[in-house]
Design a binder for this molecule. Sequence first.
Ligand code: PBG
Length: 323
Amino acid sequence: MFPLQRPRRLRKNEVIREMLRETRLVPSDFIYPLFVVEGKGVRKDISSMPGCYQESVDETVKNVKEAFSLGIRSVILFGIPDVKDEKGSGAYDGNGIVQRAIRAIKDSVPDMYVITDVCLCEYTSHGHCGVVEHGEVLNDPTVELLVREALSHAKAGADMVAPSDMMDGRVGAIREALDEEGHSNIPVMSYAAKYASAFYGPFREAAESTPQFGDRRSYQMDPPNRREAIREVALDIEEGADIVMVKPALAYLDIISDIKGAFDLPVAAYNVSGEYSMVKAAGRLGWIDEERVMMESLVSIKRAGADLILTYFAKDAAKVLNR
Ligand code: PBG
């Protein structure tokens, strides 16, 4: 062939490169995660996640306005209540922290699409994602509480709910309850293939949700497993999921690609806290070009097959895309 085929011809300058670019990011690809705490005027640094904060409802609203002006169209809310208990009551309290945040955001930025993380770990005193008995996380009693949580988010005005607990059968139970209560138009984005990952470390500082004993391996997936992800996603789709998520993203691009190929539903990927913190840390040390690594990571997640990316970089990346 050589020298007939010279692929470099099509990389000669930025004009032709831009014409032939196969994957493009836009700010509306991103879902921006927010940590909401009690109080007023609170904006507390999360030390392992520079640029991310625990914010009270009023500060959250300001942040949401800024994100919207940058072209970000969706946020996902995590609530951190002052009081936690065995059953995570704050999660399904009609006047809980997330419920109030939803109302405040919808009041001032009605077009921001508000997704809520449906899980108990931020609300339980033991930090597990469900009801614990004799050191074990019980599946079915947990599902009942998750259903109450999802319903209470929907009642408060959430646009979409996203169960992240990995209990069996929760997508179906939530779907059925939403339909019964008149919320048949609220989609469920399930954390379908969620792995028991060490990349969640910084999030647990942010959400104050580190398990007080044991770990999450009895409910989250085993990182070496690939075929099992297909099975988890298939089950969630049978149960009525509208969007399926793979989490984490960067160490799981093969899984994103598999899911994209195997199903015809939209795929989301969660570029998790540890993935964010590593880029920030190396950037601060001057070991990498933070901005370029950020954009390359995000485009790789989309190239692998993600239609939506949950990322703490949402605002930073939107700023780059807007200039
Ligand atoms: C709650 C939840 C977690 C994350 C999202 N939802 C933590 C966990 O499962 O321990 C992690 C997000 C991140 O690391 O950015 N179950």
